[in-house]
Design a protein around this ligand. Structure first.
Ligand SMILES: [Zn+2]
Length: 146
């Protein structure tokens, strides 16, 4: 089974970590809770990612410290991982690619084919795209972009 990796966020106000599965699938987070009294758990964690969270598969909780949060996260992931399919991972990566592509189109001032009267447009990469072929183009040429 692929390992989990943690990457620290660049939030200077509180320590938090994004947790990835299979290298690039962001499955959840562990971090210091904001705005809670000193008398309650200072850490929180969650395992929740598209598309499995849309099937109601997700968990979260609080912990006294990072070590306890990491252990609780690992226990939750041990319950959730067997429910995750290869198709879930593909859908997750496609959704991330599609979203990144849309933002790049917007940032580059490119219009979506759905925004033109002809239903045709030009991708930021220079390819001609149309309403019917846009998804095929994005997944064939830009899969993995962030
Ligand atoms: Zn393109």
């Amino acid at each position: 089974m692929p390992a989990l990796t943690r990457r620290r966020s660049d939030d200077p106000h509180r320590e938090s970590w994004r947790v990835y599965y299979d290298g690039d699938v962001h499955i959840g987070s562990i971090g210091q809770r904001a705005g809670v009294p000193k008398t309650v758990d200072q850490w929180g964690w969650n395992v929740a990612f598209y598309p499995v969270s849309h099937r109601g598969i997700r968990e979260n909780g609080t912990a006294q410290d990072l070590l306890e949060a990491r252990a609780a996260f690992a226990a939750a992931w041990a319950r959730i991982e067997p429910l995750v399919t290869d198709d879930d991972l593909l859908q997750h990566r496609r959704e991330r690619t599609w979203t990144a592509w849309k933002y790049r189109m917007f940032d580059c001032g490119c219009r979506m084919p759905t925004q033109t009267a002809s239903g045709r447009s030009t991708c930021f990469c220079g390819a001609e795209i149309d309403v019917v072929g846009t998804e095929r183009h994005v997944y064939a040429e830009h899969m993995g972009m962030r």
